[in-house]
Design a protein around this ligand. Sequence first.
Ligand SMILES: Cc1cc2nc3c(=O)[nH]c(=O)nc-3n(C[C@H](O)[C@H](O)[C@H](O)COP(=O)(O)O)c2cc1C
Ligand code: SF4
Length: 674
Amino acid sequence: MPTLPELYQPMKLGRFQIPNRLMMAGMSAGTKTDEKGDVTPEMIAYYLERARGEPGMIAIGASQVIPPKKRLFGPHAGIALYNDDIVPSLAKLVDAVHQYDVKFGIQLWNGGGTEGTSHEELFSPSGLSSNVRTARGDDTARYRGQPNRALEKEEISEIVDHFASAARRCADAGFDFVEIHAGHGYLISNFLTPLFNRRTDEYGGSFENRTRFLLEVVTAVKNAVGDRIAVGLKYNGDDFLGEDGWTLEESCRLAPIAEKAGADYITVTAGLVGSPKLTIPPMYEPQGCYTDLAAAVKPHIKIPVGTIGRIKNPEMARDLVAAGKADFVCFGRGTIADPEIFLKTREGRLDDIRPCLADCRGCIDEHLLRNGGGDASCVVNPRMSRELTCVDIPGSASANPKNVLVVGGGLAGMEAARRTAFSGHRVTLCERRSNLGGQILLARKMPGRKEIGDIVPWYERQLVKLGVDVRLETEVDLNLMKQLAPDIVFIATGSAPTVPQDMMDVVMNAEDIEIIMLDDLVEHDLEAGGNVLVVGGDQNGMVVADYLAQSGRKVTVAESLNHFGGKLAAHDRWYLLNRQNAKHVRRIKNVHNVQLDPGTNEVILIGDDAPESLPGINTIVFASDRRSERGLIEVAESLGAKTYVVGDAHDVTSENAGTIFNNIAHAYDTARQV
Ligand SMILES: Cc1cc2nc3c(=O)[nH]c(=O)nc-3n(C[C@H](O)[C@H](O)[C@H](O)COP(=O)(O)O)c2cc1C
Ligand code: SF4
């Protein structure tokens, strides 16, 4: 009997019986193709690892149905569903996944005017930017959408045919279902949303007209595949835009019409670029943030309804199904953070599931923004996109175990301990504080960011399971090192905030201004004054500004670069900026120095323009520079131990250093070598 039996009730979908209520959501992650456009062994490995847990359904993410002007090949090109020659290689992938009891499907998609499709000619219903802010006339958005043209009416039926041909290819390749992607501000979704659809022909204006294109696609796809495979539909339950958005009322109205047109299931999603709520929501949104949308649509139809968005906990999924809010539950990032999430759910090992932190930094940011549509990664799962090459074999070093000492119990230290113990080494981890977690324990105190600390209890449980000797309140010195006689030492002693060299004068001369270092402020809950300057506008400074402003303080952030929060994911930053704006936090960029007026002792910011005086500042929080703490390297080396330095102790100054993402990945890669 499974631990969560409600999730293992069968469900009918088209002509199929699905054995459970779990779905791995379609994500354009792990969809690498080769220089001929074929499926790669990496792609097969990615899906197989997730299929082992046998969720009822797995979908491949957005796959292009319309031939581009010039076809791209290679890892960033995606799956070319517009071409017959994709069928044999897709069939290999389907066969591989079908060794498990999983229904396997793929999304039919065109991006309309959105980014990431620059090799294509971009078009949309009315030639408007796909960014809500830009389409509304606000030119300050960083991503403004790409120029695109309005579709001619005659072209629409050709596009409908492309969706149908693509679906036929998917059926030929052996897929069990296709999912028509009609959400997230892509082509079909743009037809639904009045803001983006200003057409005056029969494809724009009224509800009937805006839904016409979608329904034509559903009908054509159904006609193309008949009962061979099921046809799913994913669309936004609500755009959350108010008057010029697609609304929940319209979603409910569309559902029975789509059912009649041939849809075999509907997944209710949300989010557009630049809308107040995003498709891939960061931790600021509550878990299960879009479940009410699915629950509202469900009573209108008989076909199964799926819910998606910030669901990472199988118990929450069980509750949703049990309460009748949805028939099945889709997991997106949960499957990136832990590819074994479904296996562990099935086996009742819920405590072992490595939680997604909803920071968005490793997955969507890496995939879309930092990697140009290439590999997604994951902050907590450094094997993401490396499933084929990075195979972890438990106990591989058991025949020749070494004594490993890890100094420091922050994330890098815990990961180094976990990964070396996993190989079979004898591991001792010493942490001078009374808790494991390091800086993450401070990060989780920031408003809305508690969930980021969820990874600490997971590490604690793993360390216990792997038999790591964890010693808290234990300062490592020469004597202890001699006593432990490690063969290998990991220095994971972290970093501490510092005052930038050229701002030392401020510290020396500030009379009525309190100077506080970031870590002290948060760790010891120090009381700042009512008018605070935060020096540093990257991730630390930005979240601490939100924290300080929370209790009504006047807060100014001064950043030396010309942008804020560069180490944060764009999705995370978007919510954070909105929070700060609501609290009137002032952000000033290109600030190269902070000085004190010799006459008034007021703070002066030295930037690109004329110096600016900030009267009344009574606290300065330094949250910019940090220095690595690496005092024990020489001690370890003097004892002949092979010594590795990981995490902030290794690097805290280069571009992505000092992040959870870098520190776990670096510790993992280093520890694998041992
Ligand atoms: C890296 C990445 C790629 C995604 N690609 C797609 C996609 O191709 N099609 C789609 O419908 N949704 C895509 N999504 C959105 C997810 O399917 C899902 O709607 C969203 O992440 C919210 O669910 P979650 O909180 O379980 O991750 C993607 C999400 C991520 C993180
Ligand atoms: S990078 Fe962060 S948000 Fe994305 S899957 Fe991993 S833990 Fe979740």
